[in-house]
Design a protein around this ligand. Sequence first.
Ligand code: ADP
Ligand code: MG
Length: 730
Amino acid sequence: MAIIRFKALEEVMNRKPVKVESISDRVSDYFGSNVYSLDKMKDTLPKGVVKKVEEAIEKGMKIDRTTADTIASGMKNWAIKEGATHYTHWFQPLTGSTAEKHDAFFELTPDGEKLEKFKGSALVQQEPDASSFPNGGIRNTFEARGYTAWDPTSPAFIMETISGKTLCIPTIFVAYTGEALDFKAPLLKSLAAVDRAATAVVKEYFDKNVTKVTATLGVEQEYFLIDKALYQARPDLMLTGRTLFGHSPARGQQLDDHYFGSIPSRVQNFMIEMERESHKLGIPLSTRHNEVAPGQFECAPIFEEGNLAVDHNQLLMDVIEKVAEKHNFKALLHEKPYAGVNGSGKHNNWALSTNTGKNLLQPSSKAKENLQFLVFFVNTIKAAYEHADLLRASIASASNDHRLGANEAPPAIMSVFIGSQLTTVLDELEKSATVKIDKGDNMYMKLGIDKIPEIFLDNTDRNRTSPFAFTGNKFELRAVGSSSSCAAPMTVLNTIMADQLDQFKIAVDKLIDKGEKKEVAIISVLRKYIKDSKNIRFEGNGYGDEWVKEAKKRGLSNIKTTPQSLDAYKSKSSKELNLKHGIYSEAELEARHEIKLENYTMKIQIEGRVMGDLAINHIIPTAINYQNKLIQNAKGLMDLKVDKKVYQGTIDTITEISEHVSAIKENVHSMIEARKKANKIEDTSKQAIMYCEEVKPYFEVIRKHADKLELMVDDEDWPLVKYREMLFLR
Ligand code: ADP
Ligand code: MG
């Protein structure tokens, strides 16, 4: 058995970097070459048709069938010219990954004539086999069919695989009855909601020329690379995405020094190709790839419109995995593949931008613009405060639980970091009893608002431990897991912001109606918000135990596990919020809650099975084999009639091995019993909680004993690739 491990290690020793052929030195030569962009449409389609697409993107206008036919034809001609043979509706079902069903462009009729299959109707709508995707009960109660419908706001692209090229058309995925079965439909609705609410505020109070506000998003993506052979020698990694066993390097990642500095050329080549493939797909990856932990990497694109950024992140994960494969790596997107080593996240950098090109979260040196900045800044904090539990739920998953609330992870408390300068600004604004407006710009001086521009100078005021941090001109939601879709958390963020801005506007208008001056009204509402939401602001160490105590005093939630956190989806306030803004219907909320719970249970169930199998069939037999060697040795020494002192140590080890083996057996047995009990529970929520509270705790105990055995057993005999072997990339 141990053979697999050593075979894999030998394979790694003989690896050569995979060559990457250069296409061009200039990225602009191939950037977006696989995308059917507006520019390409302009080259191939009549002006009027292009205009309709632009209107669809900007104003959400519907595209009629005749127009769709023309677009389909242009798109098809372009795709075929580029070498595509198939097309597919590309969508984001609630599994968290992406899905496709490929159809050929052409079909031969029996008399040998070519039949064109891709018409406007095939562009606009399709009916994939909906039964193979999670629906949370929606289709059981209504009608089994599901449709994908074209989303013209995200451009079609060509996906290159070893087997050929496919035209991918971004779509939403809905049930026959209209309920969303994907991540994209609610995201688009939330983007429209925040656009409407933010535009109303800006237009009315600050700038009449603003007609649209776009939520922008830039996603930093972290991931690990491991050699493919080593990955294949770890059944736990293959089946669960993380190592369920393995003695971890001591805390503090002391392997560090050894690593940082030189990226092996195998990894470098992977990165060059990964970036190039991303660029061809129009993903604006900026060339930056830090090493974070051993074997861990990070990349970030330049931010884009929210929907496109979410699509691009989904695509990027795909590209990372595919290109890694080609370079004999396996990319691990799991949030915590290795115990004792940093986890991986996805930092969602979010801001709001007007059609006039202004970032509403950009502080300015001009007083009026700064008031506008403060409006959006304070309202974001207030929104996060009011709906912290919903934000928490939106990032919850079995794998992300390892990054929040777990032993080695920071507490699962939602807090907002804004830096010392902005803290001073808000504190001053909160304190000052009266607001004078007759001195023009000077009133802002009094409020300390003039201090805001300083953050340009002091952009180093960072707090890496905050789950939601203001970083100069954007908020950064860092709690999102590395493997998850950004859509759910971004949907929540956009929606709570839309709702918050609506309430803000109502409150300000009320004061204005009472005769208050606009600025006074705005400031007085902001001051109330600053006070109300103060408790969510935290500038200290978010990872410390002190914060847990402090947060409790402040009344902030600290919901450690997924099953519990998901309740927020079904809370009264969540229902009101989502129904009011038309993001989710009640049935959709129920369905999502259900799917997330099922997913959680399934993940823990699989981990439990793999754990039991590895422990009983791999680890215990290895330990016993080794123990037998020791027994032989002790016997031999006894035969020699040497002093007992000589073999006492061996006897102790033999006993210790037995103790660990018994402990593993006992705990695996109890875990299986707990699983059986959990499997009998019908209520999805109770079942997930049972898996979380009664099954999962065994993992740690079993692992502890197995990891002890790893330290005792002869290295030659140990079946599982060890941490030091996985984390060192060659
Ligand atoms: P840092 O986290 O060190 O500030 P960057 O400045 O490179 O790193 O930004 C991180 C991410 O934030 C990038 O993807 C960047 O494009 C994105 N970003 C920058 N400005 C905005 C914005 N206005 N809206 C959304 N994302 C933004
Ligand atoms: Mg960051």
